[in-house]
Design a protein around this ligand. Structure first.
Ligand code: BLA
Length: 509
């Protein structure tokens, strides 16, 4: 399976990237059976320990590594917990008289996988650096500063030219929400890319293995021998540090002029929130100790982010309750405010950002800001009348439901409708303009770069264009917290409307 798959732009979400059967040459790999016989070796073993795969395959591990090394490895293996755990040993002498290696061990199915790279002394004392990094991060005031500091810290630790915080939307599209750069290179800040730039199987892998490095995009991948075991199975390299990378992604990096790439998963509430995505314009391999420290930093960063997001949501919803109260008491004083779209917009937009608002009460329409015109608004209301009653309704693309709405997408592409009475249905509708309006493209034309076999699609500019094509006619979606706030507003407004109609009844009597 692994060898017969030819990957291209259209099938890369099916490329089995965890069983490509190759490692990056900065390290070598040895896989052992449960009874500690060598069952697989990467073809570069001789470069590192002077023994070729042919001299090792089928041998007991004691014929290859020293008794001390085996003892240490065995001890570490007993520490492995759960299917996705990996243990690391720094500066271990694997062979008699040989140099020390930094080593990772884990289980892949029944096999023990040992990956080793020449040891580099931890001169930065990377793990103690993490402590002060985290302390600084804790002081960041607000989400923007927090994300930017995170990017700066990862850059300080890894020395990469560009460190981005790349955040995923619910549909998998991504946005560069923070960045730290070596002076003199173009910023990618604020740019958006389609979900397909990081295919689903890669994302699934990044949930299990939260750190990866591509040390040199031009280094030829080294085959692991044999590719298939006697039962025909390929080695599952999901958890490997030396795992070589999809040729499609290599082409993407090459087209961008990138020499090395590193990324760390940001996982919040059990979901892949985003990545620290790092580029270097020359080959670069931080030491294993530095990489471990960066990985640890990523984990702590994720937890802190989770805490901040929760606190932010709670304080946001608290503020929103105040807005609902303010609205309620103002309308109670002055009933006419209820049909004053500009006034309502001014109050609501602070809590639920939108570009325009339309009010529909008893067949009367008032509009303010960027909205459809009255006939289109009437058509939208009649569409809304077919949605579930007594419930906030939202879409990021009105045109998906009523194609004629594309005509006003530049002003009103998405909506959030708050029904404020039961029968006939009246509404307050918030509109958001097409999101492309608010997105900027900062990149210059890709200059003097020769594209790989899959052409210019595999560049940030083309993928930004693809994203733009995909999101045409759609607005930034209203978020769950915003929907909850809208629900609270609905209850408040419903109360006002009921009170208004009661007092109107009294006047009539
Ligand atoms: C992986 N694609 C990735 C990764 C990133 C991106 C960050 C993680 C691996 C790494 O650390 O390098 C995407 N990188 C970006 C984006 C920017 C960036 C959007 O710097 C923007 C500035 N990639 C494509 C297309 C395909 C594709 C069209 O663009 C397939 C058709 C595939 N991307 C692809 C694959 C991987 C990947 C297969 C997994 C690589 C691996 O871990 O083996």
């Amino acid at each position: 399976q692994a060898q017969s798959f030819t990957v291209d732009i259209n099938n890369c979400d099916r490329e089995p990237i965890h069983v490509l059967g190759t490692v990056q040459p900065f390290g070598f790999l040895v896989a052992l059976t449960a009874d500690w016989l060598v069952s697989r070796v990467s073809a570069n073993s001789a470069d590192h320990i002077g023994l070729a795969p042919g001299q090792m395959l089928g041998q007991p591990v004691s014929a290859v590594f020293t008794a001390d090394a085996i003892h240490t490895l065995r001890n570490r293996i007993t520490l492995l917990r759960g299917p996705d755990s990996v243990e690391r040993v720094f500066s271990l002498r694997l062979v008699e008289g040989g140099a020390p290696f930094d080593v990772a061990v884990h289980f892949s199915g029944q096999l023990v996988v040992i990956e080793a790279e020449p040891a580099v002394p931890d001169e930065m004392e990377a793990s103690s650096m993490v402590r002060s990094m985290v302390a600084r991060l804790a002081q960041a005031d607000g989400m923007t500063a927090f994300l930017r500091d995170g990017a700066r810290q990862v850059r300080a630790l890894t020395g990469f030219d560009r460190v981005m915080v790349y955040r995923f939307a619910d549909n998998g599209d991504g946005e560069v929400v923070a960045e730290a750069l070596r002076p003199g290179i173009d910023s990618f800040f604020g740019l958006h890319y389609p979900a397909s730039d990081i295919p689903v199987q890669a994302r699934a892998l990044y949930m299990r293995n939260i750190f990866r490095v591509i040390a040199d995009i031009n280094a030829p991948p080294v085959p692991v021998i044999p590719t298939l075991d006697p039962s025909g199975a390929a080695l599952d390299m999901s958890l490997c540090v030396t795992r070589a990378v999809s040729p499609i992604h290599i082409e993407y990096l090459r087209n961008m002029g990138v020499g090395a790439s590193l990324s760390i998963s940001i996982i919040v509430d059990g979901k892949l929130w985003g990545l620290f995505a790092c580029h270097h314009y020359a080959p670069r391999l931080p030491s294993f100790a530095q990489r471990s420290a960066a990985e640890l930093f990523g984990q702590i960063f994720s937890m802190m982010l989770e805490g901040r997001e929760r606190a932010e949501t709670a304080s946001y919803e608290g503020k929103a309750r105040q807005v609902a109260d303010r609205l309620l008491s103002a309308v109670a004083q002055d009933h006419d405010l209820m049909s004053n779209a500009r006034w309502l917009g001014d109050i609501i937009f602070d809590t639920i950002p939108a570009d325009g608002v339309g009010i529909y009460i008893d067949g009367q329409m008032t509009l303010s800001g960027l909205t459809p015109d009255e006939p289109s608004f009437a058509a939208i209301v009649s569409m809304l009348n077919r949605t579930a009653a007594s419930q906030v309704y939202t879409t990021d693309s009105i045109a998906r439901i009523m194609p004629e709405a594309l005509a006003h997408a530049d002003r009103a592409a998405g909506l959030l409708a708050i029904p404020i009475s039961r029968r006939p249905r009246d509404y307050v509708v918030l509109f958001r303009a097409e999101q492309l309006r608010s997105v900027r493209w900062a990149g210059k034309q890709d200059k003097h770069i020769e594209y790989g076999p899959n052409g210019p699609r595999l560049t940030p500019r083309k993928s930004f264009e693809e994203w733009s094509e995909l999101v045409k006619g759609t607005a930034v979606a209203f978020m769950p917290a915003e929907l909850r706030v809208a629900e609270a507003l609905r209850t408040a407004l419903l109360e006002v409307i009921l009170r208004l109609s009661d007092s109107a009844d009294e006047e009539r009597q």
